[in-house]
Design a protein around this ligand. Structure first.
Ligand code: HPA
Length: 246
């Protein structure tokens, strides 16, 4: 069974609105349990899958997400194309709250996460090309779908991925800006690299929830505001996905 598209939902996105003929799958993976059941069903007449990265009640923090099990489970159910939805903080001036971005590059600042399916005793070492971490054809489909919905969306940006679960210090964000990061999240890696190891098409739809520490005018970042902005931005996700499936 193949699926037209799989969605990994991030903070604020825990279920697939408008899904029909729903089936739930608890997938047994060699890497342990995924963040929760994978839900499959029909949307716009196409077969799709959904997985909540942090669990359906948001109980799994970014550094404890079993990224390997999540990608494995989607692949095992027939996913070959994955759209990851990620809440992020904006670093670049034009990436304020509620902006939608399809990043094209990654800088990985995470540590202590399993970054490869081959990270088990005795497995052959495998190096993947990761010059372009996202699949451009899928990126273009997301951009075209958002524009067809009449939405503004930013094409490209460097997605810096931090360990979390805390937000960053101003100095960390200043350094990330010097490094060339345009936005910052906690869950973009190793997800993208694992998707590449499985030869999945993979793109990210980043929803800006706040200006990152020191990047805007705020002295502090309000978590309530983050979730309010995320709620507004998340409302665009399924209309975009619907257009992608047309
Ligand atoms: N930093 C890291 N991850 C985030 C942020 C942030 O400011 N906002 C939403 N996810």
């Amino acid at each position: 069974m193949t699926l037209d598209l799989a969605i990994i939902g991030g903070s604020g996105l825990y279920a697939f609105d408008g899904l029909e003929d729903i089936e739930r799958h608890t997938v047994d993976t060699p890497f342990g349990p995924a963040s929760g059941d994978v839900v499959t069903g029909r949307f716009k007449g196409r077969r799709v899958a959904f997985l909540a990265r942090h669990g359906e009640s948001h109980t799994v923090p970014p550094h404890r997400v079993n990224y390997r099990a999540n990608l494995w489970a989607l692949h095992a159910l027939g996913a070959r194309r994955v759209l990851a939805v990620n809440a992020v903080g904006g670093i670049r001036d034009d990436m304020g709250p509620r902006v939608l971005v399809v990043p094209d590059q990654i800088i990985d600042y995470t540590h202590g996460r399993y970054t490869s399916f081959n990270d088990v005793d005795g497995a052959e070492v495998r190096h993947i090309d990761f010059s372009e971490p996202y699949t451009d054809s899928l990126r273009q489909r997301v951009l075209a779908a958002a524009r067809a919905e009449g939405l503004a969306i930013v094409d490209g940006g460097v997605h810096g991925v931090t360990q979390g679960p805390r937000l960053e210090t101003r100095a960390e964000i200043a350094r990330m800006k010097r490094d060339g990061c345009d936005l910052v999240g906690m869950t973009g890696m190793p997800e993208a690299a694992l998707a590449r190891e499985l030869d999945l098409e993979f793109a990210c739809l980043a929803l800006v929830a706040n200006f990152a520490a020191g990047a805007g005018d705020d002295a502090e970042i309000s978590i309530d505001e983050i979730f309010a902005h995320l709620k507004a931005a998340t409302a665009h996700v399924f209309p975009i996905v619907g257009r992608m499936l047309e």
